[in-house]
Design a protein around this ligand. Sequence first.
Ligand SMILES: Nc1ncnc2c1ncn2[C@@H]1O[C@H](COP(=O)(O)OP(=O)(O)OP(=O)(O)O)[C@@H](O)[C@H]1O
Length: 551
Amino acid sequence: MDSLDTPAPPSVKFLAEDDAASRRGSIPTIRHLLDEDHEGRSLSGSVRSRSGSVRSRTNSVLTRIPTRPELKTLTRVVKRPAVDIEFTDLTYTVNTATGRKHIIKGINGFFKSGEITCIMGPSGAGKSSLMNILVGYVSQGVGGSIYTNGAERQLALFNKLSAYIMQEDLLQSHLTVYESLLVAAHLKLGNELNQDEKRAAVEEIMTTLNLKFCQNTRVERLSGGQKKRLAVALELVNNPPIIFLDEPTTGLDIVTTNQVISLLKFLARQGRTIVCTLHQPSSTIFHMLDHVYLLAKGFCIYQGTSHKLVPFLAKVGLVCKPTYNPADYVPFEIKILRREYFNRWYSLKSYYTALSLAVAPLIIVFTIMFASLTYACSDQPLSLSRFLWFNINSIIVALVSEAIGFCIGSVFNAANGTVVTPAVIAPMLALAVYGMGFGTAVEPYMLLLMNISFMRHSLIAFSLTLWGNARAHFICPSSVVYCTHQDPRLLLKDLGMSNMSHMQEVYFMIGYFVLFKVLGFILLKYRMTKSKNSVYNGGALAYVKRLIKKS
Ligand SMILES: Nc1ncnc2c1ncn2[C@@H]1O[C@H](COP(=O)(O)OP(=O)(O)OP(=O)(O)O)[C@@H](O)[C@H]1O
């Protein structure tokens, strides 16, 4: 769903209004909220007064800006100045078939050298648009001002000082790592360094980015992480003080992602300004970021350190639970709000029905594939009716399992769900197989208890399908003197299933399916509405009671 086409969630609206009002100078900005604790005055005023932007921050921001270090580690590359980027009242509007669309809506920001800044936000928030504007790819329809080190940005100069590393690693696949870097050095540096100096710079970059060991490996044979490091290395050849990266961790595993972000942080610490977009950083990565710039619907709703995001969200009424990854929580909360709006349009019933219908074909197809293979591999008789019932039983069990899974998923988050699911399933499994081999001796109260388990009913249904209905005696191997369970009827008797009706078990399973489907809907409805105090009053049980009373 396109976020611009939906009404702003209350939280975002509040922040957006706050931002707009702050620009009028009437109420505190988000950054007031963030900085009031330790600085006691607004930063937004200084953002607007660009000429003295760095100086006007003396008491506030400079305490947080590290002294600008020279780019020490890469000693062989060309020296460049450190660059701070600042933008004020930035807007971006495009003409569409239906009229003008406001994509970036008057945002301010300050990206410091020596820091890694991450532009984050849900899909469609405007991250790529902002990045394209800052990089200089987009200029038409852009309003507001962009400054570098306090002076108006000169795009031609800015282009020389910055590098943009795109999501796809567009590398020359047939060159080796060393050759790629050398070609880049020749193309980018021209006469700035002589041949020996270029080679020395390339050697140094390879060592710094841990590419030396694969310097003779062809690019097409590099791993994802190595390719990403090479993409960064190629840009480092002319040592740009500003590096933009679009989703630098896409397609990388968690370990490689950590390495890439650590590398970017390391490069930032040498005085560079690193700006990247990240879609869903893990909690570890999120906390490695120096500065988070959070966008929602073209507005900036937060900018500051990553560790202050959670307290900030709590201040505006969005409490992030301790077990949540804050980065997940920011797309997550907005999604829930969006879904609440969605439900107003289509009702939860339609949503739930559509969801159930959408997953059912997948469940059925995969179950048939699995059940057919199992039937064939376990050497079952060539009987169409048995084969069909084996598949039907399997499909019903899969649908019941999905319905139970949905109930658990409606109530618990992924972490708790992984504990609760086995805790629910294990007793059902135990009850399903209780007394096997001593079927006639199972106590009546246990038989009653065993009926609770949907797995018990499915086990009986499967057993009757395979061994009931006058199945012929099993073939007893000639090496065995006597086969106790050669007669399938005796086998069913010892399993305690001799007097059971297959159809009755099927009806039981269908009953369970309906029960868990209804329960899933109630739990989902409860979860969707529990945040509203008017509805949530007395916990889940009271809510279910009220629902029953109403109906
Ligand atoms: N040239 C354009 N014409 C029309 N709409 C546009 C244009 N460029 C961007 N948009 C719209 O502006 C919104 C923001 O787009 P943008 O690509 O910046 O978002 P994003 O945050 O990067 O999203 P994602 O994470 O999904 O890539 C989207 O709704 C997009 O459809």
